[in-house]
Design a protein around this ligand. Structure first.
Ligand code: C2E
Ligand code: CA
Length: 761
């Protein structure tokens, strides 16, 4: 055995003298056997170690069936052992990892091992040595060992002891023949080991390249890479990682410690799911503290790695700075859910919030409040004043809010208040009263006082609606009803309103069909010169005759057409049709009679309206003077600035403009003077009131005003002689109404001319 050791020692030193081997064949062969084993072992192990160091790619040491591998820390405590070591020494992993090297070697060898370790440590040239291990069953295990410092096996830098069990090789028993064949076999093995070694070198080269590529990815990636050893609690961080965490190497700890308390539980739950195997990896967005009072959003993706006993031993993953993205998201959210002028949440916000709130409350009341007169303020004083006023209104409303209320800006001059929780009608009325009372006091903007009042629509969930959309529509419908009633009014949604809504939807759907199938007709109502009694022109009034032959009056569909934008194609048709009628009048010799068409402000506001009008006039070759347009006063005044410009263009074209329903709105004289109009049409309500003596003077005053402004005055809705006489007394120019004729189809209108104008052209 002594010689064997001698040869082994040489082999381990890789100074192999074949001469010695052939001289003493038996011992030589035995020596060669051990040498080759050791060469193979050392070569493979050397490379394994290097490869392991670079990413633990090989599990050879772990799986080895011939080499016992044990690593120790500086105190000799065992920090790692492979399966073969456990098998040979008879311990479980937990048991062996709790032991010190000296507990598993025989006392007689302990001093030798200690000295050898010390020598190796001090770089003395000590090669392999024999040792007797003590197994769990107190059996001796003769082994041949080598020592290496700085091993990374088991993830910890330490002392590595590699040993082979000499009992596995029963050299003495072998006869020379057997040894010969073994030698041949070993010769082949040696070649194989050499080939494997070369393969390993190639692989190492490949690995190096791939590692270079890998580190390039790590260096240039926008995400940081980390690798957390759960056994040692050490974490590797890529440079980018440190940048994201905003720490330098010295301060760096565990990334989990950076997560703010509010988010920690969420992250831990995500990790737990991965540990349980419910998810392949975990992904979480969380905030990390970067400085005192400051935190940033990061996106962490990680994967738990387990050992063969299914115990988590490491976690690897990435971290991405998503703070900018979160800020952008927040900005987008702000734009999407908040109004930039008042900073109040908007309808979309309330829509989302409502869903959440329904988990907490069973009942809600929605108030939609339309700010009266704001449009006029915008027009008269400019948008700057309008905006300032809106901001002030929002602030005043905000101050009235109770904790169970949410205030939103719905659109231009509409606000909404959602009251959460059950409220009786009287409680709701009290809230409204409170709001109205708070707005008694005028707003002072640049020394100008503005009084603001609301028309309020109220709808209740679930009494009036099944969801948020219905609640909103309900309150909106009620608000419009309140507006019709006047200023500073409120109306509760009535379930009858639903019929109105359903009707609206029906009308809109059927209007589209009506346009395609040309179901409209124009009726004409004469306008008579009060002095001569002659018809001067007609007002064209639209009718919808549906496929069942039922005639639907305009009040049933014009509003819906305006809301849905369908008034644009309808209005265009009306102008074309009126022009066709003008040509019919001309053909009948009535060259100076005009036709007045009603034009909605929505049509007027449409881009290219003037051009469209001009085109129709040209195409129909009519005299522009024979076409009049009627625009309703109230709606016109809401966006007067841009309208005046268009009206000027229309007037220049030669088309006369009438201001319809005059007296209903509150046009200021200043504006009236600026308007390029030729005719004032007195609102029917004033003509109705002529019967009641107290209002006589108002109608008379309106006629005088019109004349003072150089306008012709038409009174509409004249139904009786009394009204006509009155109007005559006050020098009204023209009258229109059932007294002369109801609106009639074109053919009949032609007959009316013959009747009233005595056939005189
Ligand atoms: P408007 O322009 O004020 O038209 C006058 C309305 O009063 C007409 O109702 C007419 O039939 C009615 N009327 C005329 N004389 C009398 C009378 O002596 N007594 C009573 N009780 N009513 C009288 P109509 O035709 O139902 O039109 C209603 C409204 O529909 C019109 O009011 C107008 O604003 C709108 N409209 C009608 N045709 C069109 C159209 O082609 N385009 C647009 N944009 N609106 C139209
Ligand atoms: Ca009219």
């Amino acid at each position: 055995m002594g010689r064997l050791y001698k040869n082994i020692d040489y082999c381990a030193g890789i100074i192999l003298t074949r001469q010695d081997i052939y001289q003493e064949v038996k011992y030589g062969l035995l020596g060669a056997l051990v040498c080759i084993i050791l060469i193979g072992f050392f070569l493979v192990r050397k490379n394994l170690k290097e490869l392991k160091k670079k990413k633990n790619m090989f599990t050879h040491a772990e799986e080895s069936k011939s080499v016992i591998l044990i690593t120790l820390d500086g105190n000799g405590s065992i920090t790692y052992c492979n399966k073969y070591a456990l098998e040979k020494l008879g311990y479980s992993k937990e048991e062996l990892l709790q032991k010190n090297l000296f507990e598993i070697i025989l006392i007689e060898d302990q001093l030798k091992v200690y000295t050898l370790i010390m020598c190796e440590k001090h770089q003395k040239n000590i090669d392999s040595f024999d040792i007797k291990f003590k197994t769990k069953n107190f059996k001796k295990l003769y082994a041949l060992c080598t020592i290496k410092f700085g091993s990374t096996l088991g993830g910890l830098d330490g002392i590595e002891i590699s040993a082979i069990d000499l009992a596995e090789y029963d050299f003495n028993e072998m006869d020379p023949e057997k040894l010969n064949s073994l030698y041949e076999e070993l010769a082949i093995t040696e070649e194989e080991v050499q080939r494997k070694y070369e393969e390993l070198l190639d692989k190492q080269e490949e690995l190096k390249k791939s590692e270079e590529r890998y580190s390039l990815v790590i260096d240039t990636a926008s995400m940081g890479i980390w690798d957390w050893d759960l056994v040692t609690n050490k974490v590797f961080y890529s440079d980018k990682c440190k940048q994201i965490l905003e720490v330098v190497e010295a301060e760096i700890g565990n990334w989990r410690d950076y997560i703010i308390d509010e988010d920690k539980l969420r992250v831990d739950e995500a990790i737990e799911e991965n540990i349980k195997g419910n998810v392949l990896r975990y992904e979480v967005e969380c905030r990390i503290r970067i400085k005192e009072q400051q935190c940033k959003w990061v996106y962490i993706v990680g994967k738990v790695v387990k050992d063969y006993e299914n115990k988590p031993i490491r976690m690897t993953g990435s971290i991405l700075d998503i703070n900018q993205k979160k800020e952008t998201d927040e900005q987008i959210r702000k734009i999407a859910f908040f109004d930039s002028l008042t900073n109040l949440p908007n309808k979309n916000y309330l829509d989302k919030e409502f869903e959440v709130l329904t988990k907490q409350y069973n009942e809600f009341t929605l108030l939609i409040m339309d700010t009266n007169n704001l449009k006029t303020i915008n027009d008269c004083f400019g948008h700057h004043y309008g905006d300032l006023l809106l901001t002030e209104v929002a602030t005043r409303l905000k101050n009235l809010l109770k904790p169970n209320m949410i205030l939103i800006r719905i659109s231009g001059d509409e606000f909404g208040v959602l009251i959460c929780g059950s409220k009786s009608k009287s409680e709701i009325l009290k809230t409204i009263e409170h709001i109205e009372h708070a707005f008694d006091e005028p707003f002072e903007i640049n020394h100008i006082s503005f009084v603001v009042s609301f028309s309020i629509g109220i709808s209740i969930y679930p009494d009036n609606s099944k969801n948020f959309d219905e609640l909103l529509i309900g309150a909106d419908t009620a608000m419009y009803k309140a507006k019709e009633k006047g200023r500073r009014t409120h109306i509760f949604f009535d379930n009858h309103f639903k019929e109105t809504i359903i009707e609206k939807v029906w009308v809109e759907n059927n209007l589209r069909i009506a346009i395609k199938q040309n179901e409209f007709i124009l009726f004409y109502q004469p306008q008579m010169d009060i002095k001569t009694g002659k018809i001067k022109g007609f007002e064209a009034l639209i009718r919808w005759r549906n496929k069942e032959g039922v005639i639907i009056p305009p009040f049933k569909f014009i509003g819906v057409a305006e809301e849905s934008g369908l008034i644009i194609p309808i209005g265009e048709w009306v102008i074309k049709e009126a022009c066709t009628f003008i040509n019919k009048l001309s053909e009948a010799g009535h060259l100076d009679l005009y036709v007045a068409v009603n034009v909605s402000v929505i049509q007027l506001a449409q881009e290219g309206f003037v051009e469209m009008l001009e085109k129709i006039i040209t195409e129909n070759k009519i005299n522009p003077n024979t076409l009049h347009i009627e625009i309703t006063e109230t709606i016109l005044m809401e966006s007067i600035e841009s309208n005046i410009q268009k009206m000027d263009q229309i007037k220049k074209m030669g088309v006369l403009i009438s201001l319809d329903d005059f007296g209903k709105g509150y046009s200021s004289l200043t504006y009236l003077k600026q308007l390029p109009i030729s005719v004032l049409k007195i609102e029917k309500a004033f003509v109705d009131d002529i019967n009641e003596s107290k209002n006589k003077n108002i109608t008379g005053a309106i006629i005088s005003l019109g004349h003072e402004l150089g306008l012709k005055v038409v009174a509409e809705g004249v139904e009786n002689k009394k009204q006509m006489d009155y109007l005559q007394t006050y020098n009204c120019d023209m009258i229109q109404g059932y007294l002369i004729s109801r609106p009639v189809p074109g053919q009949e209108a032609l007959r009316l001319i013959t009747k009233h104008n005595n056939g005189i052209l």
